[in-house]
Design a protein around this ligand. Structure first.
Ligand SMILES: Cc1ncc(COP(=O)(O)O)c(C=O)c1O
Length: 219
């Protein structure tokens, strides 16, 4: 009898393992530190603790957990649309941005498609690419910084997604908002530009891509 591995999708078996940030207690024990003195920047967790507003909302949500939640996040998308001067249809809510990136890959990637990202980019770009049999085009990052011109040059007629994180994880480098906007603007309309702003709170100014949304061919 064979094993379940023989039945599994090949890309699932060959995925690199995503190593998530380690818990504070584990790091503190390894280095002999007081856990209260450890602040984890690697996982972008809030050292100030959860917002009291978030805690109240979570408690209220528990009271109605016998019902399905609104999977479409109707009210949240309406509020976000108002805040960012967009429409609710411009928003997809995920269980973390990881989920949204996997959904993007699920929706748009086929075997033979290419996905462009930096050689030391966030590992999930590669995982999402491999999962759907697409080809990773990893652009070298001299000095651990994204080379936006080289990334643009790596785009071919087979490119479907270009991922860019600013600040990047794990290297921490950032790109100028104007350069990011220029890259996005220069891409063919059938290339999806995924700007990952997971660490945008560390920036004084982040790229605003909304001006590029006017009248796209792929609405
Ligand atoms: C650059 C980058 N993007 C996205 C994520 C995913 O974050 P989450 O799924 O928690 O939103 C991470 C998490 O480490 C990250 O480092």
């Amino acid at each position: 009898m064979g094993s379940y591995s023989d039945l599994a999708n090949r890309p699932v078996l060959t995925q690199p393992v995503y190593e998530a940030g380690r818990p504070i207690e584990v790091v503190a024990r390894e280095f002999g530190l007081d856990p209260a003195s450890v602040i984890k920047l690697a996982s972008n967790e809030n050292p100030l603790g959860p917002s009291p507003l978030g805690l109240t909302a979570a408690r209220q949500a528990l009271e109605v957990c016998h019902l399905y939640p609104d999977g479409g996040s109707t009210f949240l998308r309406e509020k976000l649309a108002k805040k960012w001067n967009l429409t609710p249809n411009n928003f997809v809510i995920g269980n973390g941005s990881n989920e949204v990136m996997i959904l993007l890959a699920q929706a748009f990637l086929r075997p033979g498609d290419e996905v462009v990202f930096g050689s030391q980019a966030f590992i999930v770009y590669k995982l999402a690419t491999m999962l759907f049999g697409a080809t990773a085009v990893e652009v070298p990052m001299p000095g651990f910084r994204h080379d936006l011109k080289a990334m643009r040059a790596a785009v071919t007629s087979r490119t479907r997604i270009l991922f860019l994180a600013s600040p990047n994880n794990p290297t921490g480098g950032t790109d100028e908002p104007a350069d990011i906007l220029a890259l996005a603007d220069s891409l063919p309309e059938d290339v999806i530009f995924c700007l990952d702003e997971a660490y945008a709170e560390y920036l004084e100014e982040s790229a605003d891509l909304r001006p590029l949304m006017a009248g796209p061919a792929y609405a």
